[in-house]
Design a protein around this ligand. Sequence first.
Ligand code: FAD
Ligand code: PYC
Length: 415
Amino acid sequence: MRYSAVQLIRQGLAGHTGWSPAWRTPELARGYDAVVIGGGAHGLAAAYYLRKIHKVKRVAVLERSWIGGGNTGRNTTIVRSNYFFPESAALYDFSLRLYEGLSEELNYNIMLSQRGVLNLAHSEHDMELMCRSVNAMLLNGIDVELLSAAQIRREVQTLNFERDARYPIFGGFMQRRGGVARHDAVAWGYARAASDLGVDIVQGCEVTGFLRDGDRITGVETSLGPISAGVTGMSVAGHSGVLAGLAGFRLPITSYALQAMVSEPIKPILNTVVMSTATGMYVSQSDKGELVFGQGLDLYPSYAQRGNLPVAQTIVASMLEMFPSFRRLKLLRQWAGVVDVCWDYSPIIGPAPVDGLFMNCGWGTGGFKGSPVGGWTLAHLMAKGDHHVLSRPFDLGRFTSGRLVDEAAGAGIAH
Ligand code: FAD
Ligand code: PYC
């Protein structure tokens, strides 16, 4: 449904009672050409591109709870492409470019704000490593620039620039095309556009097993009954190991809780995203005025969607060491999501070890920025049966060939 300006004003004056649902609530069919498991931004994007680009006819997204209720709605909305290895830079920059055109593509305002992502160096050693990273990123064609402490002081006055600070500022680097986007809007935008193209988005439908014909997966068992599928894709961040177990194989993935929090809202004070590579602490200010911040994983495997108190305290302490003036703010909310982390901190995109199933998982702590490209490459795999050029380096086979893409330092947070 599209609204004219007059209709929008009428809705506002009438107390917002007459909105139509943004996507359909279809009856679940007994079979589809393509079934995507997981209604996060990755799964919804895959379904959208399956219809839009590849013209696959009958497509469904199966979501066990509500769309965007997993990590898509729990992340801290940072988008950037400042990765070290050429394979990662190509993947994440393609994603950032899709983000740059996404509001127009979906006719849905995803509130992309390219306010820049600043990474801080806290020592000469950090600075030395950062110079190398920045050189590598520039060779990869990524728009990064090295900044001195004086330059950073002009950009972010609220940082602690004392030389005896626990985390002194020696300099840093900035990606100006990086920033934030509204996470719910990314899910809702893809959902509405996919639904308009005929994709069935079925919420409250949990996949509980797989249907097989010999060695090939031919559909899924669900809480709403069995469904046949020409091809099946999975995008179930946090539960990839569980789904792989149902399909009969194991993944080199460990699941952890990752927590974040927001302060009470205040007037604009921070106009860029600040990350501290060495500590993993990061902070940005939302359009509502809240400071959104986090730092690292709760370092033991868990499927609990909540973060522990000691890590929460560490996050707050690091933030206040770097921004002492924020100490008088009240903490408004804290939450966590379950993230699937690969041994090399890069995602797994490719065919599963069983025929008929394709995977898009292991994005760990950094897959919101990858939502468009995760969907794009999964759709390509499902439609063509083979890799997109961007996803080939991220095939599961890298764990046997040894061609890992080790992005521990690029992952953005502490591991
Ligand atoms: P999800 O949104 O989790 O979607 C997967 C869906 O699968 C879920 O809705 C789930 O209900 C569903 N599902 C699971 N099992 C089944 C089943 N059996 N049947 C049917 N459905 C099922 N990344 C960034 O790039 N930038 C950030 O700033 C950032 N910050 C983060 C902060 C936090 C606190 C967290 C937790 C993560 C953060 N991330 C960030 C990571 C990012 O959120 C994820 O990598 C990304 O959102 C994963 O998207 P997805 O669509 O694959 O997963
Ligand atoms: O990948 O940029 C990132 C990120 C920030 C916070 C969590 N992940």
